[in-house]
Design a protein around this ligand. Structure first.
Ligand SMILES: C[S@@+](CC[C@H](N)C(=O)[O-])C[C@H]1O[C@@H](n2cnc3c(N)ncnc32)[C@H](O)[C@@H]1O
Length: 207
């Protein structure tokens, strides 16, 4: 099985399991890319973020890169029309052209990868971005302490268990992407937290 099998069910499953909290996190920093001239979305899935972006920026050029044909099909079906380039590619091997985009959005996808893989993917994605690019990331996190930490560990164990059985995800736990982002010249501008610190919505910026 792969994300292809999950594609037709992704939206309703998210709605049942998480309500609107993930979507609130995805769009938490939408305004930060209001001035972007060229936007790259990786691992966009069935298009929830792109739908919100299109309603706000109907004419901004967007490139969507996802390895799942069915996810891309689902997104094309649901997202409002606009200048969107759809690319079916595996981030593990995709080579972006240099300095092409001034905004990158990678929601709920970096946590699919192990550290070795992230160490290759993140610097390559950074090459595709301009000197002052913005990078928006929503991910599941594990809080430092308290009952929120225990709860998050259970959620992560369930989530990775399901994804490892039903998709091509090889990660066993979340790896913090921050060191590679800093290495590529990005700084965390703002973090918003949702669902008792379980979900992070980050705005990173290169400067
Ligand atoms: C957990 S879903 C997240 C979807 C969406 N971004 C969201 O916010 O819910 C992960 C997405 O990343 C894509 N993906 C996973 N591994 C990938 C890879 N190696 N290359 C490109 N896309 C990948 C999957 O096809 C899927 O659409």
């Amino acid at each position: 099985m792969s994300f292809d099998h999950l594609a037709p069910h992704y939206r309703w499953m998210e709605h049942v399991l998480a309500g609107d909290v993930l979507q609130r996190a995805r769009v938490a920093h939408l305004r930060a890319i209001d001035q972007a001239k060229n936007v790259l979305l990786v691992g966009e899935g069935p298009g929830q973020f792109l739908s919100a972006l299109r309603r706000r920026r109907p004419n901004v050029p967007v490139t969507v890169v996802d390895s799942s044909k069915a996810m891309l099909r689902e997104a094309k079906r649901r997202v409002p029309p606009g200048p969107t380039k759809w690319v079916q590619a595996d981030l593990k091997s995709w080579q972006p052209p240099a300095a092409r985009w001034d905004a990158l959005v990678s929601h709920c996808v970096l946590d699919c990868f192990e550290a070795d893989t992230l160490a290759k993917i993140l610097p390559r994605l950074a090459i595709g971005l301009t000197d002052q690019a913005d990078w928006l990331i929503t991910d599941f996190a594990i809080p430092a302490q308290g009952w929120q930490r225990s709860r998050a560990k259970i959620v992560h164990a369930l989530m990775y268990g399901v994804f490892r059985r039903t998709t091509e995800v090889d990660a066993r736990a979340r790896v913090d992407p921050s060191p590679w982002l800093r290495e590529a010249g990005f700084r965390l501008r703002e973090r918003r937290e949702f669902s008792q610190h379980l979900i992070h919505a980050d705005h990173w910026q290169r400067s």
